[in-house]
Ligand binder design. Structure first.
Ligand code: URA
Ligand code: SF4
Length: 196
């Protein structure tokens, strides 16, 4: 049985009524995060899209179909990992997150990571990669996703023993077979728990 973490439950309640940035005005449901509260792998995406806004579930649309293919390839079950985003509410028209929205929203993500304490964080796309790398003191190595995708950045300090892996966002692969191959190649590293 899935253990529900009471601290994650508190975050859920806070996000459901959050008005810290204007995106609350157009959300139907926030996408708080889904999956195993004791996950050793956390995936961080960018923001909810059209379908996610309607359901409150991360990666349930077209990008989600690509992600599911990648997870299947890596033999990882969704229920064993935790999936969340930089922004909990959908930017209108799926535009890029704005800096002040990221500043307002990411304290929730940071708390989620502090509670779950994963061994591995996979960052999907540029926004997630830059935010997470900054958070873990790796900003000087955040060089654009096309250069750093698939690399493993290790953080080992007083607070964290964690591996950060920037990846292309699955949405870029929705119509591009070459990108799928590149993503699969990067996902190989997650296969067989090679990193644990
Ligand atoms: N794209 C994301 O970055 N996150 C989602 O949850 C869905 C699409
Ligand atoms: Fe709050 Fe984040 Fe939604 Fe903005 S995007 S309203 S900060 S939950």
């Amino acid at each position: 049985m899935q253990q529900i973490n009471p601290q994650l439950r508190i975050i859920k309640d806070e996000v459901l009524s959050c008005t810290k940035c204007p995106l609350y005005k157009t959300r139907i449901f926030p996408v708080i995060g889904q999956g195993n509260h004791q996950a050793s792998i956390v995936l961080v995406g960018e923001a909810p899209g059209f379908n996610e806004n309607k359901t409150g579930r991360p990666f349930c649309g077209q990008a989600g179909a690509v992600l599911d293919e990648l997870l299947e390839f890596a033999e990882i079950k969704r229920e064993d990992i935790y999936i969340c985003n930089i922004l909990k509410c959908r930017p209108p028209g799926n535009r890029n997150p704005l800096q002040y929205e990221i500043d307002a929203c990411t304290p929730y993500l940071v708390r989620q990571l502090e509670i779950i304490k994963p061994k591995i964080v996979c960052c999907l796309g540029n926004f997630a990669s830059c935010f997470i790398m900054n958070l873990f003191g790796l900003s000087n190595q955040c060089d654009g996703i096309s250069k750093i995708h698939g690399r493993v950045f290790e953080v080992n300090d007083d607070k964290w023993k964690i591996k950060i892996i920037p990846l292309y966002h699955p949405a870029v692969a929705a119509y591009n077979q070459n990108m799928i191959e590149s993503l699969k190649n990067d996902f190989k590293i997650l296969k067989d728990g090679k990193l644990k």
